[in-house]
Design a protein around this ligand. Structure first.
Ligand code: BES
Ligand code: ZN
Length: 863
């Protein structure tokens, strides 16, 4: 059994409309593991109950498994056959049976990190979405819920800690072996099964729930890492309290365990009572983690905890409903993080992520609705659309009904579907009934892909102003025609002369392809503040002069809208410059200068607001992306702002950084602003900039300042750059998470030789394809570096295609995630298009390609 042979390359498309309820339910499962790193024996005993009247065989999915023995009701059973990799057991007329299947698996050779695998001597599982079938034969679909009893036995020295879902109900010793028996009282789908065995240390704490039950909390890590688990533990306790307060949801087991592992395809996994995390989202201390890392830990701990209700107690009927748990849970974790810090800054970050990751997906060959109609490989659908657009769609419902009515809707949802495998439709219906709103038209958000556009214009009649809206939803693959969407649009209007006329914050519901909204009486054209707080996940086309945008950037009473106005002003300036029109930087410089006046009171907001739009986002505004012109003009504007406001940047940097141990929003904001100031100062080309950056790097008392200074130096060509990279490497070469940063800052570099540098770094002794974090820190960073990845000779494309080809046989899930950047070829000039398509074709020509990569590459090539 090899890993590659277990994934068939024949693309089979699965359709949502083909859903059929399972033929057999499995109320109880007993699993027996005899643990070994390269041979683990798995005994599975399934109590199966037929659901329909007519006899039908039992279909048990497998992936890379061979049955060693099959028994039914205690007797050796020969009425079974393999159909591809699946096991079909003929149970004749039986309506219920005890089916036992034994298998042997090899965790050490499992490089896909799906199923049971070894990570640094540790055995752990990852079952979502379809990994359970790599452990034992099972229907492995989320609408089959069972109570699990898990027995595991193994060498005490190799596996001193034995964990699974639920509660440990018994344990014992047999010579050099020991065993543990775990029982999870809550029926769950197979994707939430988890097991961990190995040498771990624990940070223990407890939480008393709202009904007074005491829950034991444990965060399990490798010896030596326990001092870096405090922030995750605090985040867990805060999440538990928040879900009680905001959603009335209490935890439901006596134990909540989290294990951190180094080799993990994703960020973290919500297995019932036993979350498994990428170390990246657990370990944090000021010396090794940045403020962004700290926020990541808090947000991901919350996300996985919140799944206990939105995902586990109420799960998904089938994988087409993935956004039911992921979109809703992202919405929940976003609001939690907002409550823990600054709501406007959190909203800015979330919208920036949506625009960076989801809008391009919605505009490209892989566009799909948040509830897809079909897929070949479900692992390819853990997308920004399912997650982030999914969260926006929940947010719109919450915005339209307000917090109290939304809570009535979610209460009804949880109450009605507790213990069930539900659908997106079930959720919408619960909100409709619980909150009292008609969502008939709103349901289109679940069906239609593509980012809606609102084209806006102002009209005046006898001093009365109104807003005219034209809504379009662009065609996407398989969906040439679209219907208008229902969306909440928050707006306000101001008189720029300060005459006092204003339309205060108003929520309107847009439903039509065209719609007129009365704004009221104004002596002159009002400044319109629209889609405030990003009330709808759309693109707004609205011609506004720089004067109006500058006025809004300074005066709008909604901080998000102030941010948007300044970003739009920067974007207009940059797009004009890239298209060869006059590069007048004055309005932007003035607005940035104005905004900096608020730096002392709200540094976090100011840091976000004065940041230039990313190269990719500038490209998204253009008919044909010109990566070189974008880089040139963005650097020119950065230098102009740097030079014109140099004294302000220097003043910010002359102050003292808040101590790295201070993790208040204000301290984090202060550090962020210093990072932005350093980047602007470096952009001026001032002679002393490298020395100043090097001093900040050397004096830093924490990773936020240290990494910001290193990243700034990495863009340049100074001796300080070489020195800092070397010092950083020597200091942290034994800390994998920090070493990832060392690879990442070099792949992010704005230097012209970055593609060559990445190619060289891939040969570095510390680089490995075996660790997904390491792969992402080098190659993922490169695809996010627009001008480097799109280097005109195609060297960036070749590098990524080579990676996809080399990684696919080892880890198809992580390999397939690298393909979408190559699929954006339509957005570029003919030369780049040809080079990108040629690389996609080269990938597709590889023999034995995984289903994951086949689907992504073939869809990307279609355009
Ligand atoms: N359920 C997912 C993790 C998952 C998805 C594991 C697919 C394996 C395959 C988990 O709840 C999740 O969504 N994690 C995110 C982080 C989250 C904060 C958005 C992740 O892992 O990126
Ligand atoms: Zn999730």
């Amino acid at each position: 059994m090899t890993d590659a042979s277990s994934t068939p390359a024949i693309p089979v498309t699965i359709h949502r409309s083909d859903y059929r309820a399972p033929d057999w339910s499995i109320p109880d499962i007993a699993l027996d593991f005899a643990l070994g790193i390269d041979a683990t024996k798995v005994g599975a005993a399934l109590s199966v109950v037929r659901q329909g009247g007519a006899p039908v065989p039992l279909l048990l999915r497998g992936d890379g498994l061979t049955p060693a023995a099959v028994r039914v009701d205690g007797e050796v059973w020969n009425d079974w056959r393999m159909e591809g990799s699946d096991l079909i057991v003929d149970l004749g007329e039986r309506t219920a049976a005890a089916v036992e299947v034994d298998t042997v698996i090899d965790p050490a050779s499992n490089t896909q990190l799906s199923g049971l695998y070894a990570s640094g001597g540790l055995l752990c599982t990852q079952c979502e979405a379809e990994g359970f079938r790599r452990i034992t034969f099972h229907p492995d679909r989320p609408d089959v819920l069972s109570r699990y009893k898990v027995r595991m036995a193994g060498d005490k020295a190799a596996f001193p800690i034995l964990l699974s879902n639920g509660n440990c109900v018994d344990q014992g010793e047999e010579g050099s072996d020991h065993w543990a028996l775990w029982e999870d009282p809550w029926p769950k789908p197979s994707y939430l099964f988890a097991l961990v065995a190995g040498d771990l240390v624990v940070n223990k704490d407890s939480f008393t729930t709202m009904s007074g039950r005491e829950v034991e909390l444990g965060i399990w890590v490798r010896g030596g890492d326990q001092d870096r688990t405090g922030h995750a533990m605090q985040a867990l306790k805060d999440s538990m309290a928040w879900d009680e307060r905001v959603y009335g949801r209490e935890y439901d087991l006596d134990l909540f365990n989290i294990v951190a592992v180094s080799d993990f395809n994703m960020g973290a996994m919500e297995n019932k009572g036993l979350n498994i995390f990428n170390t990246r989202y657990i370990l944090a201390d000021p010396d090794t983690a940045t403020d962004v890392d700290y926020d990541g830990v808090e947000g991901v701990v919350a996300h996985e905890y919140f799944h206990n209700w939105s995902g586990n107690r109420v799960t998904c009927r089938d994988w087409f409903q993935l956004s039911l748990k992921e979109g809703f849970t992202v919405f929940r974790d976003q609001n939690f993080s907002a409550d823990m810090g600054s709501p406007p800054v959190k909203r800015i970050e979330d919208v920036r992520l949506l625009r960076a990751a989801q809008f391009p997906e919605d505009a490209g060959p892989l566009a799909h609705p948040i509830r897809p109609d079909s897929f070949q490989e479900i692992s390819n659908f853990y997308t920004a659309t399912i997650y982030n657009k999914g969260a926006e769609i929940i947010r719109m419902m919450a915005t339209m009904v307000g917090p109290e009515r939304f809570r009535k809707g979610t209460d009804l949802y949880f109450e009605r579907h507790d213990g069930e495998a539900a659908t997106c439709e079930d959720f919408v219906r619960a909100i409709e009934e619980g909150a009292g709103i008609d969502l008939a038209q709103f349901r289109r958000w679940y069906e239609q892909a593509g980012t809606p556009r609102l084209k806006l214009s102002l009209a005046e009649e006898a001093g009365h102003w109104s807003l005219d809206i034209v809504q379009t939803v662009p065609p996407t693959p398989g969906q040439p025609e679209k219907q208008p969407m229902m969306m909440p649009l928050r707006l306000a209007a101001f008189a720029m002369d300060g005459s006092g006329d204003a339309l205060a914050d108003t929520l309107v519901t847009v439903t039509g392809a065209t719609q007129r909204i009365a704004l009221g009486k104004f002596a002159a054209r009002p400044a319109l503040s629209v889609n405030r707080g990003f009330s709808a996940p759309i693109i707004v086309d609205f011609e506004r002069g720089s004067g109006e945008l500058a006025w809004l950037a300074a005066h709008d009473d909604d901080p998000f809208a102030r941010y948007e106005a300044l970003q739009q002003l920067m974007l207009d300036t940059l797009v004009a410059a890239v298209s060869g029109k006059t590069g007048d930087h004055r309005a932007v410089i003035d607005a940035v200068g104005q905004t900096l006046a608020g730096a002392a009171s709200d540094p976090a907001f100011v840091a976000e607001a004065v940041l230039l739009p990313s190269e990719a986002f500038i490209g998204d505004q253009m008919v044909t992306v010109d990566p070189d012109a974008i880089r040139r003009e963005r650097l020119a504007l950065q230098a102009a702002i740097g030079t014109a406001l140099e004294t302000k940047w220097r003043a910010i940097l002359a102050g003292r950084a808040p101590p790295a141990t201070d993790l208040s929003s204000k301290a984090k904001g202060g550090r962020r602003l210093r990072g932005v100031a350093l980047a602007y100062l470096a952009a001026t080309g001032a002679d002393d900039a490298p020395a100043l950056a090097f001093r900040i790097f050397s004096d830093a008392d924490g990773m936020t300042e240290r990494q910001a200074a290193l990243a700034t130096l990495a863009h340049g060509d100074s001796d300080e750059r070489i020195a800092a990279l070397d010092i950083f490497y020597q200091r942290y070469r034994d800390n994998p998470l920090v070493l990832d940063k060392w690879f990442q800052v070099q792949a992010w570099s704005l230097r012209g030789d970055t593609v060559d540098a990445v190619k060289a770094l891939a040969q570095h002794p510390d680089f490995t394809l075996a660790n997904p974090n390491r792969v992402r820190s080098l190659y993922g960073a490169l695809t996010g570096n627009q001008a480097a990845f799109h280097q005109a000779d195609g060297a960036g494309y070749t590098l990524i295609a080579d990676l996809v080809i080399a990684l696919d046989p080892k880890n198809p899930q992580t390999s397939a995630k690298m393909i979408p950047p190559l699929g954006r070829w339509k957005r570029f000039d003919e030369g780049r298009q040809a080079l990108m398509k040629a690389e996609l074709e080269r990938i597709l020509a590889q023999p034995g390609l995984s289903r994951d990569v086949t689907e992504q590459a073939s869809k990307s090539l279609l355009g």
